[in-house]
Design a protein around this ligand. Structure first.
Ligand code: PHE
Length: 441
């Protein structure tokens, strides 16, 4: 079975691929604007708290389910327990469709900015001008749809290549380069005049700004950024060798993902303040402030395009994990062949994404609950599907198949970590998520 499905070649390769899934637009596009929107410092503390308690425990659980079952999300819940649990798997596959549909639209923006930052237009630190450029771009349906299509085509091509050839190889050498560039950008942003106000905003908590929405935003961001709650890591876990210790692997992925988010925060928010932009400006935050930072760097005209190219690649490694989840389902459960399955699923996702691509242009006025289509998809996925998936995974691992999972993760040893982990999944994680979801409504 495992031969036929493919397996990751090494522990290093697996960590990089799982980190490749986790690290993406969630860290560099979503995290800074959600932090800015949620008031900065207090959000940061809530976020970090949730990542290392709930997030880490659910991640170990999700990897364990995948590895124990060696199946896609639907097949995994079905073989380990079956019954109504199988629907948790379906919910994950559904979330895969929903998330990738708009993720690819934003991924398209990063591709477009790879060329755009080559042009003279962006050789300016005037956030008014950069903001206008951004709004013009996202409201042009031809461009947003074309770049969305391009992003999906590349994602489909990588997933067609299969697990070892496609994902692992791409992740291996690209992530470290992105990391080094982020550090360099951070140094530039932090030394801009006026940047310190951004650092204060980002790290000093203002608890008076915390409400149910802030807590909810922190939880959703944690799930989104760690790729949790929909079976992407479950699917990757199904390709992981039995030799690897899951808590170690999960700690690596969690820490790498968090360091990239922190770097992005220490890059974007100081730049926002240095260039007199609004931290609560929303989804355009990174796209407006980064070009301004490039314009203040020697060689920024080269740095900019290279950075956006790497950001596109980081987005691709995440997109690949989303498509892989859906494709693994089609392969395992519907006996589909990898190539046609990837193509069919990719096409469907492309079409679901079209309204998102139009949602800031021709369809900007079509709103439901005060949100445009893209925001609605993001809300549905990050604020509802992923946290619900998280509760289900916690209860499944903690109660429904706990002995099997303890064996899978700790080889049946009753260590302190094993007890703490089980306790997190049994009580703390479900209770906290339910409480946050309810108070969010
Ligand atoms: N974690 C990815 C990011 O931060 C997005 C993602 C979410 C990927 C859920 C897979 C599953 O960009």
């Amino acid at each position: 079975m495992s031969k036929h499905r493919g397996e990751f070649g090494s522990r290093f390769g697996f960590i990089l691929a799982a980190a490749g899934s986790a690290i993406g637009l969630g860290n560099i596009w979503r995290f800074p604007y959600v932090a800015g929107d949620s008031g900065g410092g207090a959000f940061l503390i809530l976020y970090l708290g949730m990542v290392f308690t709930i997030g880490f425990s659910v991640m170990v659980g999700e990897l364990a389910i995948g590895r124990a079952a060696r199946r896609n999300p639907v097949g995994a819940f079905a073989t380990l327990k079956g019954g109504a649990w199988t629907y948790v798997g379906y919910m994950g596959v559904l979330a895969g469709f929903v998330i990738l549909s708009y993720y690819s639209v934003i991924g398209g923006w990063t591709l477009a900015y790879t060329w755009a930052t080559l042009g003279p237009l962006l050789d300016s630190s005037d956030t008014g001008k950069l903001g206008a450029y951004f709004s013009d771009f996202i409201s042009d349906p031809t461009q947003t749809i074309a770049y969305h299509a391009l992003f999906m085509v590349i994602t489909i091509a990588i997933v067609m290549g299969g697990i070892e050839k496609g994902i692992e190889r791409a992740a291996k050498f690209l992530m470290p380069v992105l990391f080094v560039m982020l550090v360099a950008l951070c140094i530039r942003a932090l030394t801009l005049p006026g940047a310190w106000a951004g650092v204060e905003f980002f790290v000093i908590p203002d608890w008076s700004r915390v409400n149910a929405d802030t807590v909810n935003a922190a939880l959703s961001q944690a799930f989104f950024s760690l790729s949790l709650g929909m079976g992407a890591l479950l699917t990757y876990g199904s390709y992981l060798s039995r030799r690897e210790r899951l808590p170690g692997v999960a700690m690596w992925v969690t820490s790498l993902d968090t360091s990239i988010a922190l770097l992005a925060g220490f890059l974007i928010l100081p730049a926002v303040f240095a260039f007199g932009y609004d931290p609560a400006a929303g989804p355009g935050l990174t796209f407006v402030t980064l070009p301004a930072v490039f314009s203040k760097m020697p060689g920024g005209g080269l740095f900019g395009p290279v950075f956006f190219a790497l950001l596109s690649l980081a987005a691709l490694t995440s997109a690949v994990s989303l498509l892989e989840t859906v494709v693994a389902y089609a392969i395992d459960e519907k006996s589909a062949a990898r190539k046609p399955a990837t193509l069919a699923m990719g096409l469907v996702i492309f079409f679901i994404g079209v309204p998102s691509a139009l949602s800031m242009g021709p369809w900007a006025d079509i709103k439901l609950f005060g949100k445009n289509f893209l925001d609605l998809m993001d809300y549905l996925a990050s604020n509802l599907l992923l946290p619900f998936g998280g509760i289900a995974i916690a209860i499944f691992v903690g109660w429904a198949v706990s002995q099997k999972m303890l064996d899978e993760v700790f080889g049946g040893r009753q260590t302190l970590l094993a007890k703490a982990w089980l306790w997190m999944l049994r009580t703390v994680a479900p209770a906290a998520i339910i409480w946050i979801l309810i108070s969010g409504l």
